[in-house]
Ligand binder design. Structure first.
Ligand code: 8G0
Length: 445
């Protein structure tokens, strides 16, 4: 099996040189689904895996815009339409200097499996730009979003491709993007998710990724007869996802002791609760991308240039960005008694860290743990099609059920003879089978 996997990966790397993040994401999936793939002659005859690693379409475009000094700036825009076997392409837009074709291919590839796990009819896609919002004015951000959408609007639509926000793209940016789409296409339609509540957004969408990850953690703990009450938790990041996780963890009686940014991490021994959680949103909206002001404001400790994985905690939720937790971090967490690592960012752990944690702790991969975000985006699409809005309680209840279903799927495909659950394996096989079956049924397309 190992030889066949290596041969597959070598072929992929030769065809896609330099796309390290994409190779990392594919390797993790291929290693865990190969047995399932190999045992199914219909998958092999249709070359399902070879097809799955080739995006259906990649769009790259120039995004020219004018800054506040009247100068022209050029960014690069992308949309990777990865897989539409089970629904319209669906996935976020990321505006961040780390955005490259490789990063978006890894994200779009993972999105396909994640969206499949949610049980909702959504294919996989991802897009964005290397635009850096740091230090930009609101007007500059608006002009950038308008230029970006002027091209993107030719390729998306409510039955074709439905983007959302992601890192660097929040409610403000989705508003500007939606306004420009509507203006150019003269169509009010559910073409984006993460919209404002006044124009088709869903309740609970901003909270959904964080809430979903905590619901998933509850099921993991329940497997061991534990619950969140009184547990100490390290979070990284300080955006929407971190905010949502902190809210739900507080509600369920856990104590959050850290948040982090590119500048370092904050350790708040008293617990990050109440207005301190809301302050995270203010920090994020300042466009400065630093968390140090939290420490000053609330008299907490700040560790410049460090990550919170050196803390002694019961649970850790990486909520920031890919590869934010490496093998050394993983070993330190386990050594310090951390039993649950809930990967809430996409590919938050390096490959070696993820496999180490799967063997030495209860480790939830991002595809499963963070699927609540896109799940509620799927519910936003449903509400837009119905031209009707569900209540907060209705959306939250549906989110809760979806996260339980995802956990059940992980158990179904990931539990071994000794009763240990390998969530990486469970999520990958569970996500893969549905997409693969749909692709086989649709023939050579
Ligand atoms: O709402 C979405 O579709 C969305 C936005 C940003 C990220 C993700 C994700 O699942 O990674 C989904």
């Amino acid at each position: 099996m190992e030889a066949k996997i290596n041969e597959f990966m070598e072929g992929l790397m030769a065809r896609t040189p330099g796309e390290a993040e994409f190779h990392q994401a594919v390797q993790e999936v291929v290693e865990t689904v190969w047995e399932t793939y190999d045992a199914n002659p219909a998958y092999k005859a249709a070359k399902i895996l070879d097809k799955m690693v080739e995006p259906e379409r990649v769009i790259m475009f120039r995004v020219p815009w004018i800054n506040d000094n009247g100068e022209v700036e050029i960014s690069r825009g992308y949309r990777v339409e990865f897989n539409s076997a089970i629904g319209p392409y669906k996935g976020g837009l990321r505006f961040h200097p780390s955005v490259t074709l490789s990063a978006l291919k890894f994200l779009g590839f993972e999105q396909t499996f994640k969206n499949s796990l949610t049980t909702l009819p959504m294919g996989g896609g991802k897009g964005g730009s290397d635009f850096n919002a740091k230090g930009r004015s609101d007007n500059e951000i608006m002009r950038f979003c308008q230029s970006f959408m002027t091209e993107l609007c030719k390729h998306i639509g409510p039955n074709t491709d439905v983007p959302a926000g992601d890192i660097g793209v929040g409610g403000r940016e989705i508003g500007y993007l939606f306004g420009q789409y509507k203006r150019i296409r003269n169509e009010f339609t559910g073409v984006l998710t993460g919209k404002g509540l006044e124009f088709g957004g869903s309740l609970i969408r901003p909270e959904a990724t964080g809430f979903g990850a905590v619901y998933f953690a509850q099921h993991m703990l329940a497997e061991n007869g534990e619950d969140l009450k009184g547990k100490t938790v390290a979070l990284s990041g300080f955006g929407n996802v971190t905010w949502g996780a902190a809210l739900k963890l507080e509600e369920l009686g856990a104590k959050v002791v850290s948040v982090s940014g590119p500048d370092g991490y904050v350790y708040d021994e008293a617990g990050i609760s109440g207005e301190k959680i809301e302050y995270l949103l203010e920090l994020r909206a300042s466009n400065n991308d630093v968390v140090a002001p939290y420490a000053e404001k609330y008299g907490a400790k700040f560790f410049p240039g460090k990550k919170p994985w050196e803390l002694k905690v019961d649970l850790a939720f990486p909520c920031a960005i890919q590869n934010e937790l490496n093998l050394d971090d993983a070993k330190l967490l386990v050594e310090n008694g951390c039993k649950y690592i809930v990967e809430t960012s996409n590919m938050g752990c390096t490959a070696d860290a993820a496999f180490y944690l799967a063997d030495n702790s209860a480790f939830a991969p991002g595809k499963a743990a963070n699927a609540g975000g896109v799940a509620v985006s799927g519910l936003e699409m449903s509400q837009n099609s119905l031209r009707f809005n569900w209540t907060e309680e209705e959306v939250d209840a549906k989110l809760g059920r979806i996260m339980k279903d995802i956990h059940d799927t992980c158990v179904k495909y990931g539990k071994n003879a000794e009763g240990k659950i390998n969530y990486i394996k469970g999520a990958n096989i569970g996500g893969f089978v549905k997409v693969a079956d749909a692709m086989v049924a649709q023939g050579c397309v």
